[in-house]
Design a protein around this ligand. Structure first.
Ligand code: GDD
Ligand code: MN
Length: 377
């Protein structure tokens, strides 16, 4: 006798078609949403050859296992479990690249996005006149609904306004995480997309330039039922970083920008520590200066580990190794800094010019070297 599971699976395999549409669902701690989400897709996509790919960043709540349980019975359900990496944008990119269907959709896995929109989005793309369909909460007929707090709505408006101004992006909702595109477009742009943060759509549009033919469809953002939102201050900071970096035509990466900001904060930390060492501890200047340097380097290390490299975050013993290599990198950085500064000062004795050039040289060195030695992939 065949068990119901096996029977169910057999029927599903028999009905299997090469998918026309891949729905990419990034997940982090969404266990409770997995089954209802698949059920919602089954209903909404009836009559369409589809598959869904959960891209899970090794959620501690066992989201990947929950998705696999369903995948065992329904081959339209696929799971990518990423270990050692975190990041919504990166997860979306990886999901899109794992698809072989002509069309891919990206949406939240927490039922906040209206899946009944998917067939219409697909129909629009199939006409061949559009490359990207964006489900927008800000387009006529769409709404933020119950999905966002007042503070979040305010922040989201600010971010949108900035995006429109800085990037000349004509999207009503560039922060939307709900869109569908031709897979060929994703394939082409993928190497240039940032893997951190929540700004995947904005990144696609800014990177694709004016070439993309875009259409918007309104939708109402639903309230989250299970689990919590993962959008926090770091995500917002990261989004601002992308705006600035795109504004300067990708001249500087978001990472370098963040690294430089951390470096600037280090100067402040250094001065505060120096003052404390001189005044409170009554140390000799040279000793105090050395102490302050180590305090600033340590603070830079911790902040970079938390912010700049949070996707490659070091923990436990790796953190100690990382800290020591970071000290080493920074020591050489000081030499590079002083070397360049005095070289320039010899040619052109303008203190601020030489000083700035030296500091920039030190920052570039520290950034390049620490990305290879401290936060290596
Ligand atoms: N793989 C992976 N890795 N998935 C993640 C990560 C991550 O680091 N962080 C979040 N996710 C998943 C969540 O599990 C969820 O399915 C989806 O990405 C959206 O995350 P939420 O935490 O639910 O975001 P939100 O609802 O607060 O934010 C919504 O509004 C933003 C703009 O205001 C989303 O629609 C965002 O996409 C949108 O940018
Ligand atoms: Mn959500």
């Amino acid at each position: 006798m065949i068990s119901t599971d096996a029977q169910e699976r057999e029927e599903a395999v028999a009905a299997l078609q090469v998918p026309d549409l891949t729905v990419v669902l990034p997940t982090y701690n969404e266990r409770g949403n997995v089954a209802p989400m698949v059920e919602a897709l089954r209903t909404a996509l009836d009559g369409i050859a589809w598959e869904v790919i959960f891209v899970d960043d090794n959620s501690p709540d066992g989201t990947a296992a929950a998705a696999r349980d369903i995948a065992r019975k329904d081959p339209r359900v696929r799971v990518i479990r990423r270990v050692g990496r975190r990041g919504l944008s990166g997860a979306c990119v990886e999901g899109m690249l794992a698809s072989s269907a002509p069309f891919v959709a990206v949406m939240d896995a927490d039922l906040q996005h209206d899946e009944t929109l998917l067939p219409r989005m697909l129909a629009i793309l199939k006409t061949g006149e559009t490359d990207l369909v964006v489900a927008s909460r800000k387009a006529e007929g769409g709404a933020m609904g119950e999905g966002l707090s007042t503070l979040r709505t305010w922040g989201s408006n600010l971010a949108n306004g900035l995006a429109q101004k800085l990037l000349k992006v004509s999207l009503s909702d560039p922060m939307s995480g709900f869109f569908m595109l031709r897979r060929a477009v994703a394939d082409e742009l993928a190497p240039k997309l940032s893997s951190q943060g929540f700004k995947i759509l904005l990144d696609i549009v800014a990177t694709g330039g004016g070439k993309l033919r875009i259409r918007e469809l309104p939708f109402v953002f639903r309230e989250r039922r299970h689990g919590d939102s993962k959008l926090d201050t770091l995500v917002t900071l990261d989004y601002l970083g992308l705006l600035v970096s795109k504004y300067f035509g990708d001249l500087v990466s978001v990472r370098f920008l963040m690294f430089s900001l951390v470096g600037a904060s280090g100067v402040l930390v250094h001065l505060l520590a120096l003052r404390a060492a001189l005044v409170a501890l009554d140390l000799e200047f040279n000793v105090a200066q050395t102490l302050a340097t180590f305090v600033a380097m340590t603070s830079n290390f911790l902040l970079n580990n938390r912010l700049t490299y949070r996707d490659r975050r070091l923990t436990g013993f790796g953190m100690l190794r990382g800290l020591l290599t970071f000290y080493a990198v920074c020591s050489v950085g000081v030499l590079a800094n002083v070397g360049v500064a005095s070289l320039i000062y010899d040619q052109q004795p303008v203190w601020w010019l030489a000083g700035t050039a030296g500091a920039a040289m030190g920052a570039v060195w520290n950034y390049a070297a620490s990305s290879v030695l401290t936060w290596r992939k």
